[in-house]
Design a protein around this ligand. Sequence first.
Ligand code: CUA
Length: 338
Amino acid sequence: MPLAAVSWLALASGSAAGLGGPTGGTSVFAPLSTHAEEIHRYSLFVLGITGAIFLVVFTLLAVAVVRFRRRPGDDDAEPPQIYGSLQVEVAWTVIPVLIVIVLGLTTARTIFQIQNRPKPPGALEVTVIGRQWWWELRYPSLGIVTANELHLPVSDSAHPAPTFLTLLSADVAHSFWVPRLAGKTDLIPNRDNQMWIAPVTPGIYLGNCAEYCGTQHARMLIRVIVHPPGEFEKWVASQQSNAANEGQVKAGRDIFFSTSCVNCHTITGTEANGKFGPDLTHLMSRETLGSGAALNNPEKLRAWVRNPQNLKQGCYMPDMQLTEEQMDELVRYLLTLN
Ligand code: CUA
């Protein structure tokens, strides 16, 4: 238990430096989503019981150490030996059993309360696919594919709008964890896991892959952007449009379509339909690059395309070996994908 308490405290005080929005931070003690609140209440209950056990055990230990320590003038005789006390043995068997039963039943109740929540008709469904080392996000009913930044509507009591996630993996096991919105759920190859979230406050929430999945596991960040009422529909409309097709960036577009970029990336409305890397149709609508490895601005975008290995060593995007002029043209084209 002390170990778990330490990691909780680390989480409570930790936040992803510089990447937090108004509701940023990753404290499990500041839940802002329906079932994150249930998990929070439950964890305080468990912390209360285990904290009380800790206090009782350490108080008795301290009393024993201080009161019965060796003193000058003690004789070295063996202290009186006591064998068998029915009352004491019954007490230290029955009390822990009762505690375990209470903890077990409360855990089961919380799990079933969360997992068995019926899916209301018309709930938003999103498929989250874990990949080394980024998140593919699909909104099948809306025809949207994006990456690393999960956009959702806020779910208040007047307009409940829970989002149901189907969690898949394209390669190894990952784990989806946005501490202020929900507990962890793993993404496992050849299996679909389900979870749902219903954030009650608009804002940006940070999360991370929580299952070691290879070199860049630590840079597999996820952001959840919870929109106030009405704003989510605007985001949907902007994402449903085809990619921008501006005449003055033709040179850069030609570079994109004549290199192997198209083998890995999709840009809707064009012949680029690669599936291995993130969909780039609305690349510039995203705040970060490389699943949170860098902020998405022209300078970092150029550095990323110049050599992704500098910003995210081990990632599967290669250095395309372009000249500096080709780089400028290509980045100019990518900047139009908003
Ligand atoms: Cu994906 Cu760790």
